[in-house]
Structure formats: structure tokens, C-alpha cells
Design a protein around this ligand. Structure first.
Ligand SMILES: [Zn+2]
Length: 275
């Protein structure tokens, strides 16, 4: 069994605010890295016990070099660093049996811990008219690669969001959101137990899972916080934009174009100062 793990940071055990996830300013960032490695290792350990023979872990938060390779389970390969064309999903292809999302968070506007969608500029992200967060966007990418997403870990809010899109997914809830920067967190030993148990449950279900059905071409639509960001995003050739609105759309021919154009749009939009 060959597995792909995409690991974000906001949904990791014990992480509740930006001080744990920002390498430039976070007083708890080094703790955050250890916590992230703890959760990823619990999932790998369970996968190896289950019989996984190949595991690729894509560090998928911010600059994508957060996991501590010194402490990583020896049977996994670590994909780290940025930029990467397909960002949180780099390296995934049809040779993988399943994908697992560790440390994920709820989309923008949902009251989950550190909820957001991709970067600070996106209010709402849509694929084929359906609002998605990072979970949904990456699950669609995986589906078009022919790979089902069988597992997600994070708070109770991302678990709910994931189930709405993928009803058969296994969810490991390591904390319950109290506000965007507060949560009731399991102890690390309890969260490791939860992660391991749900990983094994997820891997048992893999033969029964089918990747999400997604219609191609894909309509990508992004709602930005203000018109200035939308104007910058609309520089990308092929986008459609009506002046004075905050929505920019694009018809993508496949998942690769979808991911790259989304990244180009949010990076351009991110150059505008919000004042
Ligand atoms: Zn992140």
C-alpha cells in the first residue's frame, strides 16, 4: 500500500493560535513543529503497522519546511520546501492508493481553530459552484488524480466540513474549537491514540472508497476581500472579471491548471496592501 500524507499545521494537536505556526514571529513555533511531527508520526506509525510500504509526507504549511526530519518516522519520505507547482498536493499521482490529510483546518468563515482558505486574501473559493476550503480543493485535486482521501485530522469543525464532502472519510478530532484561537485539546497521548485508531479505520475502508466525482472542465471562482485584490488576480490570462466586483473566475481544463491558476491569482492578489 502506497500512501500520500499532506500535513498542515493549524489542525495539529495543541495548536490554538498564530504563535505556534509562524516561523518569523511565533514564540511557540518550535513547539508547533514538534507537535506537528508528533501527529504526523502517529499516522505513519499506524499506517506502517497496517502494512503500508511507501509513504510520502508533503509538509504543506506556509513555507513548507516545518516538520522535524530528525524526529520523523524512518519509514516515511519527507517532501519539504517551496515553491511547489501543486503546493499542498505536490508529488501526488495515480500510483498512490490513498491520501491522508493531517492537521487540516476549517475554511474561511467557519468558526474553527485558525480557519482560513489558502491565504488571507480569499473570502470564498468555489470549484464548479461549490464552496470549498483547503480540504475540498485538495480532495478534488486528488480525485482527479484518481486517489481517494480517506482520512483527515484537526478540530471538530474541519471534521464536519470533510464529512459534508466525503461522507465515508475517517476523521480524527484532536481538539474542539471554542473560538478561532481557543480549543479544548486532547493530551498528546490521547491524540496519538485517536490518530492511530482513525488511521487504521481509514486504511481498512480504502478498498471501498471511490474518488469524488468531479466534472471537467472545472470552474474556479474566487471571492476576494476587496476589489483591488480581484483586479490583481484578473491579470492572469484567461480569467473573467467584471470591474467593481470581488469575484474572478477561470475555466480550468484539468486539476493541474486549476491548482496553478489558483496559486497565481492569490499570489498576485496578495501583493495589494489592505488599507
Ligand atoms: Zn497552514
Amino acid at each position: 500500500m502506497k500512501l500520500y500524507i499532506s500535513a498542515d499545521m493549524e489542525g495539529i494537536s495543541g495548536i490554538i493560535d498564530p504563535s505556534y505556526i509562524d516561523p518569523d514571529r511565533g514564540k511557540n513555533y518550535e513547539r508547533g513543529r514538534r507537535l506537528m511531527t508528533h501527529d504526523v508520526n502517529a499516522v505513519i506509525e499506524a499506517a506502517v503497522e497496517f502494512g503500508a510500504t511507501e509513504i510520502l509526507v508533503a509538509d504543506s504549511h506556509y513555507k513548507m519546511s516545518n516538520l522535524l526530519i530528525e524526529e520523523l518516522h524512518p519509514q516515511a519520505t519527507l517532501l519539504c520546501g517551496s515553491p511547489r507547482n501543486f503546493s499542498m498536493m505536490e508529488g501526488l499521482d495515480s500510483s498512490f492508493d490513498a491520501a491522508l490529510f493531517v492537521g487540516y483546518h476549517a475554511r474561511h468563515g467557519i468558526p474553527g481553530v485558525l480557519s482560513h482558505t489558502m491565504s488571507g486574501v480569499i473570502k470564498n473559493l468555489y470549484v464548479n459552484g461549490q464552496v470549498v476550503g483547503e480540504f475540498g480543493f485538495n480532495a478534488i485535486y486528488a480525485a482527479l488524480c484518481g486517489v481517494p482521501v480517506c482520512f483527515v485530522s484537526g478540530d471538530d469543525q474541519i471534521a464536519q466540513e470533510a464529512i459534508e464532502l466525503c461522507p465515508s472519510i475517517s476523521t480524527a478530532i484532536v481538539k474542539r474549537a471554542v473560538s478561532r484561537t481557543s480549543a479544548a485539546c486532547l493530551s498528546l497521548s490521547a491524540s496519538a491514540r485517536e490518530l492511530k485508531e482513525k488511521t487504521k479505520q481509514a486504511l481498512t475502508s480504502v478498498p471501498l472508497l471511490t474518488p469524488l466525482g468531479v466534472k471537467v472542465p472545472l470552474e474556479l471562482a474566487i471571492e476576494f476581500a476587496h476589489t483591488g485584490q480581484a483586479e490583481m488576480a484578473a491579470i492572469v490570462p484567461g480569467t473573467e472579471y467584471r470591474v467593481g466586483t470581488t469575484h474572478v473566475t477561470f475555466q480550468a481544463q484539468d486539476q493541474y491548471e486549476l491548482y496553478k491558476v489558483m496559486r497565481a491569482m492569490i499570489n498576485l492578489a496578495g501583493t495589494v496592501e489592505f488599507c
